[in-house]
Design a protein around this ligand. Structure first.
Ligand SMILES: *[C@@H]1O[C@H](CO)[C@@H](O)[C@H](O)[C@H]1NC(C)=O
Ligand SMILES: *[C@@H]1O[C@H](CO)[C@@H](O)[C@H](O)[C@H]1NC(C)=O
Ligand SMILES: *[C@@H]1O[C@H](CO)[C@@H](O)[C@H](O)[C@H]1NC(C)=O
Ligand SMILES: *[C@@H]1O[C@H](CO)[C@@H](O)[C@H](O)[C@H]1NC(C)=O
Ligand SMILES: *[C@@H]1O[C@H](CO)[C@@H](O)[C@H](O)[C@H]1NC(C)=O
Length: 524
């Protein structure tokens, strides 16, 4: 055979083996998490997989019709969704009042109440599906290869168990907290619990705080967030089924972070890091924007966006932010909707949408002002742009505190933010070279890996489809009780053995001593 024929055969074969088309059932989380899930869906679609998405009828973002997937819409009933209109503004107002113990407690309480409701809603939605015979039969007949889900909410886990399908997570959070804590050993001596904004170097009092918070989170999350699912699992799968075990039983955990972002920690064979999977090289800017950027000359530009939802909620501080920008020689591109801030300088361009990725990748971009949301931090790492952070809610403070600990970001507390504080923060990040150098180093580390994060994620999804799961990567820990897991039973048994042995030895020696002593006495 000619070399070219062999080569052709090889190419054909490898193309064939690669064109394995699977059927993926996606159970996403609505809102900003959907943006991330969609990145995976686009990639899976481009590889020829058939994708079905389960969505609630009250979905905010998940479109019913899409060229990428077919959808199953489940009736969620009337859910009075004032999350965006009332809850978030309320949350921000409380934040603005400043950090006091009571304020934090009230904030946590409000958040817990809201999320408990949403978990309940998800359970109701899943029950609607389970009780619809027609739907369940059609799902069975469709013979999916895997369920891909975001376990921040538990619907996908329940559905995968019911359909007996392999399970892949696109995850950073589960209902119990940061996902690593659910499967990997997590010594609290050097792994900070999210929410405290601590680093991997903790003082004694910080470690006390860390342990106490961990216990509280564990208790509260399983009580409020876990229990609806636990009840559900027992109702539909039997009294011995533990929801937490179903969760831990997932085949692959595609983690939306990596160690340029996270502090080093123990991990598991079925954890795959895909941090930065949503990032792409920058494309050229539209002409008018490019012109504006170039007009900044040697000073460069500052990019500011506080995300889709939060941007317009902060009108009271917008004037201060605008005034601070006006005092800088840099040009500013600010994504902002709502009323035009007063004090706007002529160096500031207000836009209602900006190509964030392309701007961050532009060589003239000096600083990124961000709230630490979904893609911002990762894209800043990817392009090596230092951050001035204005964290607003959820895990954003922690996201930014990790960056601050690595010397790549400066955080401004929204409770104390005014024009001077903001201006000082901007100047510090602009003029102190360490911020940029540290971020560029992180960026180099992030890029220096054998496979792109998105390719790695898709490889593992396809791996699970080809091999019907990945049980060989799953530890047995989820089958164990806490007593077994921490070997408490073994330790108690060993200690008891040592104790009995010591007791018997001492007793025997004493007995023989007595016998010998008595004989001596008799002889005398
Ligand atoms: C869920 O269903 C229960 C019982 O049908 C109902 O009482 C509850 O209000 C529902 N919750 C939500 C958030 O829809
Ligand atoms: C059950 O599911 C089928 C298919 O999705 C749908 O057409 C039907 O309306 C559902 N039935 C009920 C009672 O919700
Ligand atoms: C994808 O799967 C769905 C559900 O089984 C099916 O209705 C549809 O025809 C499939 N689409 C393609 C392009 O194979
Ligand atoms: C912008 O404002 C500054 C000071 O307020 C002024 O010196 C400068 O000429 C203005 N530039 C333009 C292009 O209007
Ligand atoms: C925090 O950062 C992680 C990793 O970049 C991201 O997945 C998450 O969505 C961010 N948090 C928020 C609230 O956006």
């Amino acid at each position: 055979m000619h070399h070219s024929t062999i080569l052709g055969l090889f190419i054909l074969l490898s193309a064939l083996s690669r064109s394995y088309a699977g059927k993926v059932l996606v159970v996403p989380v609505d809102g900003s998490h959907w943006i991330n899930m969609k990145v995976l869906i686009v990639e899976l679609h481009s590889k020829g997989h058939n994708i079905t998405v389960v969505r609630g009828s009250s979905s905010w973002y998940i479109e019913e019709k899409s060229p990428l997937y077919s959808s199953i819409t489940v009736d969620t009933g009337e859910f009075d969704d004032d999350f965006m209109e009332k809850f978030l503004p309320h949350l921000l107002k409380m934040q603005r009042r400043g950090r006091s113990f009571w304020n934090e407690m009230a904030l946590a309480d409000e958040t817990y109440r809201r999320f408990t409701e949403i978990h309940q809603l998800i359970c109701n939605m899943t029950a609607t599906m389970f009780e619809n015979e027609t739907l369940m039969n059609s799902l069975k007949d469709a013979a999916y290869d895997i369920v891909l889900t975001d376990p921040a909410f538990g619907g996908g886990v329940l559905l995968a168990h019911r359909l007996d399908l392999p399970l892949v997570f696109n995850v950073r959070w589960t209902m119990y907290g940061e996902a690593h804590f659910d499967i990997a050993p997590s010594p609290l001596s050097y792994i900070p619990v999210t929410g405290l904004q601590l680093t991997d170097k903790m003082t004694f009092s910080q470690r006390v705080m860390n342990v106490m918070t961990y216990i509280m989170i564990l208790y509260k999350n399983s009580k409020y967030f876990g229990s609806p699912y636990q009840e559900f699992a027992q109702k539909y799968f039997g009294p011995n089924v533990d929801f937490f075990s179903l969760l831990q039983n997932a085949d692959i955990w595609l983690m939306r972070n990596d160690f340029t972002f996270e502090f080093p920690r123990p991990t598991m064979p079925n954890v795959v890091y895909m941090g930065g999977f949503q990032c792409k090289p920058a494309k050229p800017l539209p002409d008018d924007l490019e012109k504006f950027v170039q007009s900044s000359g040697e000073h460069g530009v500052i990019i500011m966006t506080l995300g889709t939802v939060f941007g317009q909620l902060l009108s009271e501080i917008n004037d201060d932010i605008a005034a601070a920008f006006a005092q800088l020689p840099q040009k500013v591109i600010w994504r902002h909707t709502g009323p035009r801030p007063a004090n706007l300088g002529n160096n500031t361009l207000i836009v209602d949408w900006l190509p964030q990725n392309d701007l961050l990748g532009h060589p003239k971009t000096k600083v990124f002002v961000a709230h630490g949301g979904t893609n911002g931090v990762q894209e800043a790492i990817y392009h090596g742009v230092p951050i001035v952070g204005i964290p607003l809610a959820f895990d954003q403070p922690d996201n930014l505190s990790r960056m601050q600990a690595k010397g790549t970001a400066k955080i401004v507390d929204i409770a104390t933010l005014d024009r001077n504080v903001f201006l000082e923060a901007l100047k510090e990040v602009l003029h102190k070279p360490s911020y940029r150098e540290n971020m560029q180093r992180l960026s180099r580390l992030h890029h220096d890996q054998p496979m792109k994060p998105l390719d790695r994620a898709v490889f593992w999804i396809e791996f699970v489809m080809r091999n019907r799961g990945a049980p060989h990567l799953r530890t047995q820990s989820f089958r164990m009780s806490r007593i077994e897991y921490y070997s408490i039973d073994v330790i108690i048994t060993l200690m008891a053995t040592v104790f009995i042995f010591a007791f018997v030895t001492v007793y025997t020696i004493r007995y023989f001593c007595l016998v010998v002593f008595r004989k001596k006495v008799k002889r005398e």
